[in-house]
Design a protein around this ligand. Sequence first.
Ligand code: LLP
Length: 381
Amino acid sequence: YAAAQAPRATPWWRARRDELVALGSSGGPRYVYDLATVRERARALRAFAAPDRWFYALKANSHPAVLRAIADEGFGLECVSLPELERAGDIVGGERLLFTPNFAARDEYEAALARGAFVTLDNLHPLEHWGESFAGRDVILRVDLGVGRGHHDKVRTGGAGSKFGLDLSQVDTFRELARRHGARVTGLHAHLGSGILDAAHWREVYAQLAALAQRFSRIESINIGGGLGVPARHDEAPLDLAALDAALAEIKRAYPQFALWLEPGRYLVADAGVLLARVTQTKRKGDYRYVGLDAGMNALIRPALYEAWHDIANLSRLDDPADTLYQVVGPICESGDVLGTNRRLPECREGDVVVVAQAGAYGAVMASHYNLREPAQEIVW
Ligand code: LLP
């Protein structure tokens, strides 16, 4: 797994800098995706020994060409809304679709069942109120294991105060409701959050779900979620893929009776995408130097929402010394419209092409038309 694990000396966008500068010089901000990187990440995961099925959480990046590449590498597609199901359903059959919504309306579940997707419930409400929709059906139960994990509070999906997952105290009630309505609980699921870099995490989740499975008569699959992290800051250690592979193989040996499923999103696409933007203006105010881009929080909201770190480089001046401390900002009328604080860059000029790295996951999919600005277009290489 060396290629996937080592922070690569030369990210793909550095090697293709001239093409990116040519592309970025006109036409507005762009997301550019490198499909070779997507495929490389997909293959690194598919080489694991233990998992029986991999689903790609397409909320991370739902560009059709990205989905096709990932499906082509053998992944199913994990969806959380009807439009996601429709897009995924154009690419793979129902048996490769997994529907894991949260507080979705009844018709969305019915549409997912009609497509033949695996359907995950994480509340009593669907069986209490729409029991007949699930009669004779297989369902997967998502539980809250009582704790959340991940790179930021806003992406942790477990524990008190989290809206996700069935409380463990309600598991017997859920089982009873399913029995009463003739639904079969054939899978258990937990996803504790996003951006987890500790390989031991997923083994713990599997062990807990395998123990819970004893309370049901016919659990076939255990889905231990996604959350596979990609380091953003240079002092973070990457997720140790070899250790994760070994941990999953070990826990699968302990409980071989269940099919092991995972549903990563970010891991496959984060490094594969960059946001290209142009310098609009530069400014000095007090002690600060600002460099303004034509893309801001409308294109990439992660820094504003999670204080997420994205490497930023001036592609037009990649070889110049990075000797100026900048606040890298967008054109949106909000103080939070900052893509990077205190970044050392070469002296920037109007028209320079800047790259915001690791923007392939949760970038374009979270963009908005705030201030009536067009979010960045997406391009696939
Ligand atoms: N499964 C479930 C049930 C999920 O809710 C998610 C992500 C995934 C899988 C995929 O997680 P991943 O492998 O990508 O970490 N917008 C945030 C991340 C939110 C994740 C939402 N759920 C960000 O930009 O960091």
